[in-house]
Design a protein around this ligand. Structure first.
Ligand code: PMP
Ligand code: GLN
Length: 397
């Protein structure tokens, strides 16, 4: 065949950076601080719940919108941790990870030509999802400030909204910057959404991974006037260290849930039945809360350790407020080595130092904003972090 088989709308996106760097890391035996997945085991009580669900025979298709007991557990979880009371059966859809929920929102709620405000750096699935729906992104940059924080400029945000704006994709806590949006920032976004009658697709997968008591996670759905125009997305993966389970959900009022389900029923119809049972146990049991408290304390330590060590190596680092990622300015080091840009430095660090990271310029349309940064994932065993620092110290000093 002379023409490429991949559909035009997806051709420009190539291979996901996570797959590409993880493969490069494997080829070079590098310590992998690139893709965000824990390299330690998942909690025992969850593994047992999944095993039990399979053994007792919960192995056929689930209800398309989710097993009733999981929908109920999600409603309880959302209400307890900063959300709002929701009807478990009319306002919650269980999906195959947040990734499927994102696609279902775009395909089920957007028309071709609709404009969608997207903050950059963005999570890599957002643009392909919009392209599949025929929607058009309008970018607002989270500018890296000299103090290491990432800020929205109000005039830039306002300028991104127009007559065709249908939605905003908002990720807080934010991957890759680690930013937790403040109430004031959320209020600014909410006011523009209300003014332009736009909805929010709120990606809150890192909802429980925050480290600063002064910067708690706030769901935009809880701001005045926003419940009726927000779809909150989350998943089990980050909170319970089971990224491979792909159990996610979309919480929205019935008129928006209808659109999400219109797409979900034909994307996957339903999500893995035994894992939904295990997820229901996870979200409703007391062990769950103890696990999350322990995990956040552990991540807070790893975050501090990696930030201190990176700073010591000459990176410019600010401690992230949430997620399990650190954005580090590499320019002082890469300039000394005669390397330019994040992609070149990331490749060098993987192949020569044996430490894999993510070059964040791939998450920007305005590439220059991300070129001086590297993303490190700290959702790893302490010994993995020691190994990474030891290797970098050997290569850089
Ligand atoms: N959104 C963001 C911001 C993420 O970091 C991730 C995790 N890679 C996802 C969505 C996808 O979540 P899931 O693994 O539940 O599909
Ligand atoms: N969310 C993870 C990250 O940002 C990776 C997800 C994936 O591999 N698709 O690293």
């Amino acid at each position: 065949m002379s023409t490429p088989a991949t559909a035009t709308r997806l051709r420009s996106f190539g291979t996901s950076i996570f797959a590409e760097i993880t493969q490069l890391a494997t080829e070079h035996g590098a310590v992998n601080l690139s893709q965000g997945f824990p390299d330690f085991d998942s909690p025992e009580f969850l593994k047992q719940a999944a095993r039990h669900a399979i053994i007792v025979g919960n192995n056929q298709y689930a209800r398309t919108q989710g097993m009733p007991r999981l929908n109920e557990a999600i409603a309880g979880w959302f209400r307890r941790f900063g959300g709002r009371p929701v009807d478990p059966h009319d306002e919650i859809t269980v999906t195959s990870g947040c990734t499927e929920a994102l696609a279902a929102c775009c395909l089920g709620l957007l028309e071709p030509g609709d404009e969608v405000v997207v903050f950059e750096p963005y999570y890599d699935a957002y643009l392909p999802d919009l392209a599949m729906a025929g929607a058009v992104p309008r970018f607002v940059t989270l500018h890296a400030e000299t103090d290491g924080s990432f800020a929205i400029q109000e005039d830039e945000l306002r300028a991104a909204f127009g007559a065709r704006t249908r939605a905003v994709i908002l990720n807080t806590p934010h991957n890759p910057t680690g930013k937790v949006f403040s109430r004031e920032e959320l209020a600014m976004i909410a006011a523009l959404c209300i003014e332009h009658d736009a909805i929010v697709i709120a990606d809150e997968v890192y909802e429980r991974l925050t480290y600063d008591p002064d910067k708690p996670h706030i769901s935009i759905a809880t701001l005045p006037g926003m419940a009726e125009r927000t779809v909150v997305l989350s998943s089990l993966g980050k909170t319970f260290s089971v990224t491979g389970w792909k159990i996610g959900w979309a919480i929205a009022p019935p008129h928006l849930t209808a659109g999400v389900r219109a797409a979900h029923q034909f994307l996957t119809y339903a999500t893995s039945t035994p894992l939904q049972h295990a997820a229901a146990d996870a979200l409703s049991g007391v062990k769950a809360q103890a696990y999350v408290t322990e995990l956040t304390a552990l991540y807070a330590d790893r975050r501090r350790f990696l930030c201190d060590e990176l700073r010591d190596l000459g990176f410019g680092v600010n401690e992230p407020e949430g997620t399990y990622f650190i954005m580090a300015d590499h320019t002082a080091i890469s300039e000394r080595l005669g390397l330019s840009g994040d992609i070149e430095f990331c490749r060098w660090l993987t192949t020569e130092a044996g430490v894999a990271t993510i070059p964040p310029s791939v998450f920007y349309t305005n590439k220059a904003e991300g070129e001086r940064l590297l993303r490190f994932a700290f959702c790893k065993r302490q010994k993995t972090l020691y190994a990474a620092i030891w290797r970098m110290r050997r290569a850089l000093t």
